[in-house]
Ligand binder design. Structure first.
Ligand SMILES: [Fe+2]
Length: 272
């Protein structure tokens, strides 16, 4: 069976091997902590705002460049003085990239972040109008993540999903902050308002399903309200941040750019 969805106006088709199902007749967010309830965008589920000072953003980008440069070398690659995060894909072959992706899949503790993470916690708390932080209250986790999506490469992203199908990711608010190469051809896709859809309105893959040869840890969305999913691509600029509810259907952030790697910072925040 083939799965089709639209992402920023482009059609994506994936081959599905496995079964699908719909959930119960309930809205998950209504049972959980809603960290966007104080915002003006609580109905659409996401917003784009200014992030940090220019100087702090430059520090973050430089710090991440040095971290990723070291990891390329550790994974068996080479960098030179022309290395920039945007041209990451020119410094790694598939093998080195997959090795590096594995090394960073659990992120880093916030103590490794290039600027004091309190700045980020404070900014996000200000936007949502309540005190939140990257420290999970229910598990040992206080991490930031970097997502790396090479251009024209279909393995580097998760198909559309809801994070909250993984229990430990409930009760949070997420951020997507572009570090490089993020634009309308590469940014994270999402379905506006979908955090309020009933489970019964979303068809997803059952455990063990294979999409284009890959088995994903999160179930993938196959259809929404009986139709092909249509994902928008909001376009936050560098040093802006997109906040979104992890109850939304999101993902599929394929990078259709010709020759630019997309990197974005991903962090989840909980109330504390
Ligand atoms: Fe996600």
């Amino acid at each position: 069976m083939n799965v089709k969805y639209k992402l920023g106006g482009k059609e994506i088709e994936l081959e599905l091997n496995g079964s699908t199902f719909v959930g119960s007749d309930e809205v998950l967010l209504l049972q959980d902590e809603n960290l966007i309830e104080n915002t003006t965008w609580k109905e659409i589920g996401y917003d784009i705002v200014d992030f940090l000072s220019e100087a702090d953003f430059v520090k973050i980008k430089d710090g991440l460049k040095s971290i990723i440069g070291d990891l390329i070398v550790e994974a068996g690659g080479k960098i030179d003085q022309n290395f920039e995060l945007e041209n990451y894909h020119m410094y790694v072959n598939n093998e080195i990239h997959l090795k590096l992706a594995k090394m960073i899949q659990w992120g880093w503790n916030i103590s490794e972040f290039p600027v004091d993470f309190k700045l980020i916690n404070d900014r996000i708390s200000e936007v949502v109008g309540m005190q939140v932080s990257s420290k999970a209250k229910h598990i040992e986790l206080n991490n930031f993540f970097l997502r790396i999506v090479r251009p024209q490469n279909f393995q580097d992203n998760n198909p559309p999903h809801r994070d909250v199908w993984i229990d430990r990711l409930r009760d949070a608010v997420n951020i997507y902050a572009p570090i490089c190469g993020s634009n309308e051809n590469s940014s994270l896709g999402l379905i506006s308002g979908s955090h309020l859809f009933k489970e019964s309105e979303i068809e997803r893959t059952a455990e063990g399903a294979i999409l284009n040869g890959t088995s994903y840890t999160v179930p993938c969305v196959i259809s929404v309200k009986g139709e092909q999913p249509i994902l928008l691509r909001p376009d936050p600029k560098e040093n802006q941040v997109m906040l979104f509810s992890p109850y939304m259907v999101h993902g599929g952030g394929y990078n259709f750019n010709e020759n630019t790697t997309r990197m974005s910072l991903e962090v989840r925040f909980w109330k504390n």
